[in-house]
Structures are given as structure tokens and as C-alpha cells.
Design a protein around this ligand. Sequence first.
Ligand code: ASP
Length: 282
Amino acid sequence: MKIIVHGGAWAIPDDAVEDHLKGVTQAVKKGMKEKNAIDAVEKAIITMENDPAFDAGYGSFLNEDGKIEMDAIIAQNSCFGAVAGVSRIKNPISLAKKILYDENVNFLIGRGAERYAEKNNISLCDEKELILEREMKRWKKIKKENKKPEDFFHSTVGAVALDEKGNIAAGTSTGGTPNKIPGRVGDTPIFGAGCYADSLIGASATGYGEHIMRVLLTRKVAELYRETDIKKACREALAILESIGGYGGVISVDRDGNFGYSFNTPRMAYAFNEGKEIKAFI
Ligand code: ASP
């Protein structure tokens, strides 16, 4: 198994570095144990959704109303399952995976997505179980100061894996941006924007969603990869994002097991395996 994960691209403060490094390392460790790329991606992302260090699942940012609204996507072989605006799902990535295997639907939102979860044996949780005291404080502070925070926090999580059979899978999960407008959906659950996977390459993005979705960042990596190597493809895709004033990061794996990553933010938390060894960076 070859797996790379990210835990967001932004100016990760020094006091959050250790938790982010631990979180991405743990995610790779869990993912590596799986046989199939899709299960590796799901496991790695569940690990980070359950980790309060990240803006996904437990510990998600709150919207302007102080509510949780999460988005997630998982993809393989040009197929995907996605959810947006869910509040009562502990692990949105697992719901996205259920949808991936349903040939009648690709993308579900809000209450309909939650109803689908119940019907498919994913139990709903109380939204309060996902809300951290830390996030309540952040929400109140941003409201009080009345300043736009979107530029500063991006701890979305993502994973891309290649298994021994040559399957590539990718996934991304987020609570979105702090104090976002209720109903706002970022790039994360949009196939080709926050996540992409075909038979040659997979990619997951993080950063300012409004720009990422305009350049279809992860699809752009796949297009550039047809002409160059994976590392250059990631760098060039990021340059396109930057050219329209966007910022963020992207991770990627190709069919030969090469990793690519690039970011134009001060820091990005990411980790990957080299055989049994795990390397983590910020
Ligand atoms: N891209 C995500 C969004 O705009 C945020 C992030 O990456 O942290 O919702």
C-alpha cells in the first residue's frame, strides 16, 4: 500500500504542529494496514475525522449560526460518492463511501443525506457530540470581532492511496471554513475540485475552497500529469490556483506509486509511507 495524507494547508501555529504531525502519522499508519486503496483512504480519513486536531468530523469549525455543516467525498476510477451540509454524521467519509457504491446517486446534501445514512445502517449522532469547546470559543471570538476568518484556518483532511492491485482512491473531508455562511459548500465534495481519482492518478486538495473550485484543482493535477511527472503536475496546478489569487495545497499518488505534493501556504501537514516507514512533515 502506498498512501499519502494531508491535514490542511495554512499558517499552522507552532503550538498546533505536534498534534497535526501526530494526527497525519496515525492516519497513514491506519491506512497502511488495509488491503484495498478505498478502505485505506476511508480508514485514514476516519482517523483524522475522529481527531480533534483537524477541521473534519469531531472538532469541525462552526458556521455563522454556531452549527456544524460537514462535506466529504471519496473517489475511485472516475466514480465518486459525496455529501455536503451534514450535521449528525460522526464520519461523513463513510457515508460518502456508501454513496460511491450506489449506482443511483453520486451526491447527497443535508437532511436527505442523513436520511440515506439511517437507511443504510449509519447511525446518526447528536450534533453536540462533534462540537468542541475550543470551536465554541473560536466561533464567539470571530462573531465578536466581526472579521472575515476564511483566509486563516484550513485543517481539512485528505488521503490518496494506491493498492497492490493498482487501484487508486482519494478522499477529502471537512467542516468547511470558520463561521461560514449557513449552506455554504466549498470545493471539498466537488469531484475534480477537492478530490479526484481515475485509473492513472488520484489527488486531494485543501485551502480556500472558493478559488479551488474555480480551477478544479485536483482534476488539473490529473490533466497536467498526462504531460509531465506527478511532482511537476502538483506544482503547476498550484501555480494556476495562485494565478487567480487562491491558496492551498494538494497531495497526489500515481499508478507507479509516486507521490506528489505542493502548497503555497506557510505550512501544510502531510505524511506518507516509504515501505513500512512513515514520514511526516509540516
Ligand atoms: N477547502 C475547504 C473549504 O473551502 C477548507 C479547507 O481546506 O480547510 O471548505
